[in-house]
Design a protein around this ligand. Structure first.
Ligand SMILES: NC(=O)c1ccc[n+]([C@@H]2O[C@H](COP(=O)([O-])OP(=O)(O)OC[C@H]3O[C@@H](n4cnc5c(N)ncnc54)[C@H](O)[C@@H]3O)[C@@H](O)[C@H]2O)c1
Ligand SMILES: Nc1ncnc2c1ncn2[C@@H]1O[C@H](COP(=O)(O)OP(=O)(O)OP(=O)(O)O)[C@@H](O)[C@H]1O
Length: 524
């Protein structure tokens, strides 16, 4: 073997050694130190090659390149492994943090460094860590603490947050309600916090899918001005909008006597036909005061089409549209989306001899304002036992009781001392009339309750129920009146929106809280 051949053999052996070392590094068991060794081994071999032989020199260069490449591979792999380990650690920490982050945003009184210490215990600095809750030692906190342990003064520094908030669900009690009226999801469950995700009473908009075809006119009787407006509006609607018109039988006769032009007008002949009116009518126009709106509502024992109420009375809490501007108002309502107020109605059943617990029979009587139980012609105090669902409320001894809707809160109930309530507030007003007691203040109950007012057998006199001021029914001892919110509200178009219209009506109709402003000059 020549000297050159011997050198080449040694070179091979050394290269094999360094490649083996690099392979070990690739297998993950050795770090970059091994790859360095391999390169060093290659370099260590190189200095003795002083040969002028071009072949050997070329070979040495190649080996140098191989060594460098091997080192880069090994280093890259190690870096990737380190990064993977870091991500794994972060993932584990996050998992652990999630399992323990039922700590609630807490007390501002908590010592900050303790919180920071606790936060550092949770390896991953997430938002939850800096929201870590309170120690419970500083009085009432804004939120309840839900972890089992927290960094109080007697806790060891390595305390961990343990324990989890028990998940729960909220659901509406359906109360046997088959039409699903009360099943809207107004409460949501999110991270254990109870929140009303939805406002139950948002302003509602009505937008026609296609232009309305049929309008029903309901008008106050015995008024020339109302009659004149009615015939003018009917003409305008027919000629400019080609609308089908329905009117009450009385009005149909009046218009036909006035002019045979009104031949196109439709009406109904009997109650059966009237019952299907809601399936034909797109919109109701009322001309009169609040009494006319009440009358229009009373024509519909079930669903009611939207009502546009023009003011032709003296007060007009429910009649926001100015009759003089009927073209503009009706034009807008027929062609554009408009805001509505859903005015709840009460459905009432009279049960004779309720002591026998007779089941409600017959059609309910629907009221938009209120049902009143009073002493009628009797000079005795009314004596009424009142129940809310199955709970006893009170005994009314006085002139009577008003069970009112929120729309009716500005009517009789107001006169009897009840509060004024925005018509979209879901409630039932329970207002006594002249109670013979110093402490009987009016109540507002939630809309989902059923009220039962019973004339007890030991009552001295009879009681009388009336519905929106009409249709008086006598209640004898043992009789009862059952009352709850109807699933069929009265949708009324707003001039502006529910709230603006309501406030305008109490300002203009009642001069609510009108007072001269104080002068600027005052005693020192
Ligand atoms: N002491 C009282 O205040 C009293 C007594 C009896 C009846 N009323 C109310 O009258 C109503 C019947 O009205 P009607 O027009 O058929 O009879 P009506 O012609 O006798 O008018 C009663 C008055 O009550 C007003 N009114 C009716 N509904 C109203 C409401 N929701 N908000 C504010 N004011 C309202 C009317 O504008 C009218 O001025 C009943 O539902 C009852 O609320 C009030
Ligand atoms: N279409 C109708 N048919 C029968 N009666 C009606 C009709 N419209 C209204 N009424 C009755 O006429 C009465 C008066 O009506 P309304 O309240 O609208 O007029 P008003 O008394 O002039 O108004 P205000 O009370 O604002 O002064 C009410 O008792 C009501 O029940």
């Amino acid at each position: 073997m020549s000297a050159d051949e011997a050198a080449l053999k040694t070179c091979h052996e050394r290269i094999n050694l360094s490649v083996a070392a690099s392979h070990q590094a690739e297998n993950g068991s050795v770090t970059t130190v091994s790859s360095k060794e391999s390169e060093e081994a290659t370099y260590a071999f190189l200095p003795p090659i002083e040969s002028t032989d071009a072949h050997l020199h070329e070979f040495a260069e190649a080996m140098r390149t191989v060594g460098k490449a091997l080192r880069q591979v090994a280093e890259g792999k190690a870096a990737a492994q380190a990064e993977a380990a870091e991500w794994k650690r972060k993932y584990e920490a996050e998992k652990a943090a999630k399992a323990h982050t039922h700590v609630i945003k807490g007390c501002s009184n908590c010592v900050k460094d303790k919180l920071e210490h606790l936060a550092s215990k949770l390896t991953l600095e997430t938002a939850s860590a800096d929201e870590t809750g309170c120690c419970g030692n500083h009085g009432i906190c804004s939120r309840q603490i839900l972890q089992d342990q927290c960094p109080g003064p007697n806790r060891k520094s390595d305390d961990r947050i343990v324990g989890r908030k028990v998940p729960f669900r909220l659901s509406w009690g359906s109360n046997g309600d088959k039409n699903g009226q009360h099943k809207h999801d107004f409460v949501s469950f999110e991270k254990g916090d109870i929140t009303t995700a939805e406002r139950s009473n948002k302003q509602i908009f009505l937008k026609w899918d296609s232009p309305p075809q049929t309008v029903l006119f309901v008008t106050k009787p015995n008024s020339n001005s109302v009659h004149a407006f009615c015939s003018e509006m009917v003409r305008w609607l027919k000629e400019h909008n080609n609308i089908n018109i329905f009117v009450e039988p009385r009005v149909s006769k009046e218009l036909l006597i006035e002019d045979s032009y009104f031949n196109f007008i439709q009406t109904w002949d009997n109650d059966q036909e009237m019952k299907t009116l809601h399936t034909k009518v797109d919109l109701i126009v009322t001309l009169g005061g609040d009494g006319t709106v009440l009358w229009a509502a009373s024509l519909f024992k079930g669903p009611v089409p939207p009502v546009v109420a023009f003011s032709l009375g003296s007060l007009g809490f429910m009649t926001p549209f100015p009759s003089e501007q009927y073209r503009e108002c009706l034009g807008n309502v027929l062609k554009r989306p408009f805001t509505i107020t859903l005015r709840s109605r009460l459905q009432c059943h009279v049960i004779r001899d309720a002591a026998k617990d007779e089941v409600e029979t017959g059609e309910p009587i629907l009221v938009l304002n209120e049902v009143t139980i009073d002493r009628g012609m009797s000079s005795y105090l009314t004596y009424l036992e009142c129940y809310c669902d199955s709970s006893f409320v009170t005994c009314v001894q006085g002139d009577g009781l008003i069970i009112s809707t929120t729309s009716g809160s500005t009517a009789y109930s107001l006169a009897a001392g009840g509060s004024m309530v925005h018509p979209q507030v879901p409630g039932i007003l329970f207002t006594p009339i002249c109670p013979h007691s110093l402490s009987f203040r009016p109540l507002i109950l939630p809309e989902y309750v059923t009220l039962r007012v019973q004339v007890p057998f030991n009552s001295r006199g009879q009681a009388w129920a009336s519905f929106d001021g009409k249709g008086r029914i006598q209640l004898g001892p043992g009789d009862a009146l059952i009352c709850s919110v109807s699933p069929w509200p009265l949708p009324t178009a707003c001039l502006v929106d529910s709230t603006t219209d309501f406030l305008r009506s109490i300002h203009e109709g009642l001069h609510w809280n009108l007072r001269k402003s104080q002068a600027l000059d005052c005693p020192a």
